[in-house]
Design a protein. Structure first.
Length: 556
């Protein structure tokens, strides 16, 4: 790409619109007012800026560069203040050590490259883009321009002030780190990912299960920020070769936050992930989980049984622990003793004895569970059944009059039964102890602020098995995207569930060591709604979209 400023100047003069003196006057005025060049020309009475643009486009002969928001470099975006980008219709799409590349649909911006050089402090290369591409990119990148401007400005100011990490409580690095955490809380993030890459220092928030990148600090501040996070988490800042785990407790906006911090040595520095545990926003009621009435009724029957084992299954991040906490809150009563063993204890529940696993002193799930039995509990929650020893003690506990709640990593409900057998538990013991299995996933829910109805397309018609009769007057819902949902169309999450209740027929199949696919078919015949079917029902009810359901159930 080459600079076209001189070419544009010559063309402007050649077509008789402006001379050198007027061009210089307008450019000097722009440096003072920071207005768009077209507005300055109109205000000075030289000529309408739009007239200049219309005359220049065919004269320049520059083919438009395609601009797609998802391909734009966010470091480049953070280098140009949002109000400048929006008012001047420029999209910063690429940046390197010496230059920044700006796309525009206004040829007059080619004359103003000196102005953008002063703004960014870099050499500027201009490119012409189609007006539609500029509109799309401005909408995607700067819809929440003030919020982005604030966070980028704060990071920039703090970055300039940072000298080292050993300062007092007002040190800029401390302010910067606190600001990143505070912004994550404002955006309802569950995780903060701090990732050193080869040429950039990336920060991403996981919001409603999906990662979103924010404008990050310069690469040169990588070491200072990571060291600060390790100090806050009580880690050894000198140890950079091995993974470490830590915890940060912080109060922000009158909220007590608990952050689980993990570091991992990578190619270009230590990657840091912080899991945000916000006690004030923790859901503790089964009614908040997203159960449909039939599943809720059956699940409540299971968790009120005096003994047996109830398993919750799903991949990491599918909400299993939240479901178990909601279950414990529901069944915790003054006449029952409840003990949990977890790794780690994420939330503290009133009236429940919670034990933290500590492998370094041999306090494992198995050893902790064995010791719990001497405490005469009524209900025991085991964070996860990972091995034969833990599974064996849990099964024996369920046989001797205890209600055991735990999790397994399986794709569906039927797979949990066969997984226990694969671990070494005798099939007849699995059939005798397991009362039910709840498989689950989390789907994003449609934002209530921008929810709109639409006619279903071919994908929805196929997945929902809609007939021409059912299509009459049938509407689905989606989110258009607004400031309340960060322009995603989704806000919040809910569960989709598959509840397998053990009956005599299924117990017989387990004893006969039947495969999980056959057990699943039998459960469906008995009335079990699969994960996908439960999700589709929530699409029909307008809670989520078919794309979300397919996203989380595609591996089943």
């Amino acid at each position: 790409m080459i600079k076209y400023q001189e070419i544009v100047k010559e063309i402007v003069k050649n077509i008789g619109l402006l001379d050198d003196q007027k061009i210089r006057r307008a450019l000097e005025e722009q440096l003072n007012t920071k207005e768009r060049l077209a507005k300055i020309l109109a205000r000075l009475g030289y000529i309408s800026g739009e007239t200049v643009g219309i005359a220049l486009i065919p004269q320049i002969g520059i083919p438009p560069v395609p601009i797609k928001p998802e391909a734009v470099n966010l470091d480049a975006v953070s280098a140009v203040p949002p109000h400048i980008a929006v008012s001047h219709r420029v999209i910063p799409f690429k940046i390197d050590a010496n230059a920044i590349y700006l796309a525009t649909d206004d040829p007059l911006n080619f004359l103003a490259s000196d102005f953008f050089e002063k703004i960014t402090g870099l050499s500027v290369d201009m490119a012409l883009a189609a007006p539609g591409d500029i509109d799309n990119a401005l909408g995607a990148l700067y819809t929440k321009k003030q919020q982005k401007e604030n966070i980028t400005s704060d990071i920039s100011k703090a970055s300039e002030e940072i000298k080292n990490v050993k300062g007092d409580d007002d040190a800029p690095v401390i302010k910067l780190v606190n600001m990143v955490i505070e912004e994550a809380l404002k955006r309802r993030a569950s995780d903060i990912h701090v990732e050193p890459l080869e040429n950039k220092f990336r920060i991403r928030y996981r919001i409603d299960g999906v990662l979103h990148e924010i404008p990050g600090p310069p690469k040169r501040l990588q070491g200072s920020i990571i060291s600060r996070l390790k100090i806050m988490a009580g880690m050894d800042i000198a140890e950079k070769r091995l993974p470490q785990d830590g915890r940060i407790k912080i109060n922000l906006e009158k909220k007590e936050l608990d952050l689980r911090v993990s570091t991992l040595p990578a190619m270009h520095g230590e990657s840091v992930v912080m899991r945000i545990l916000d006690k004030s926003s923790f859901m503790v009621g089964l009614e908040d989980m997203g159960f449909l009435p039939e599943n809720k009724k059956d699940y409540e029957k299971l968790i009120n049984l005096p003994n047996g084992m109830i398993l919750v299954t799903g991949p990491t991040g599918s909400g299993k622990t939240t479901t178990l906490y909601a279950t414990l809150s529901h069944i915790n009563q003054k006449d029952r003793k409840v003990i949990t063993i977890e790794d780690p204890v994420e939330y503290q529940l009133d009236g429940i004895n919670q034990v933290q696993v500590k492998p370094q002193i041999n306090l494992t799930f198995a050893s902790g569970l064995r010791s719990m039995l001497r405490q005469a509990p009524d209900i025991i929650m085991v964070g996860e059944i990972r091995d034969f020893e833990t599974a064996e003690i849990a099964v024996q506990s369920a046989l001797t009059g205890h209600l055991i709640l735990s999790t397994l990593h399986t794709n569906d409900a039927a797979g949990a039964v066969t997984r226990l057998v694969d671990m070494g538990i005798k099939p007849y013991l699995v059939a005798s102890t397991v009362q039910g299995v709840l498989a689950q996933r989390l789907v994003r829910t449609i934002c209530s602020s921008c929810r709109e109805a639409y006619k279903p397309g071919e994908l929805e018609i196929t997945e929902l098995s809609l007939t021409p009769e059912k299509l009459k007057g049938f509407e689905l819902y989606r989110g258009k995207g607004c400031s309340a949902c960060n322009d995603t169309g989704y806000k919040g999450r809910m569960g989709v569930f598959e509840l397998l209740v053990m009956d005599d027929a299924i117990r017989e199949m387990v004893i006969e060591n039947a495969p999980s696919t056959e057990i699943c078919k039998k459960a469906i015949q008995s009335g079990m709604r699969t994960l996908k079917q439960d999700g589709i029902e929530k699409v029909r009810l307008g809670y989520t979209t078919i794309e979300e359901v397919l996203r989380v159930t595609q591996d089943i």
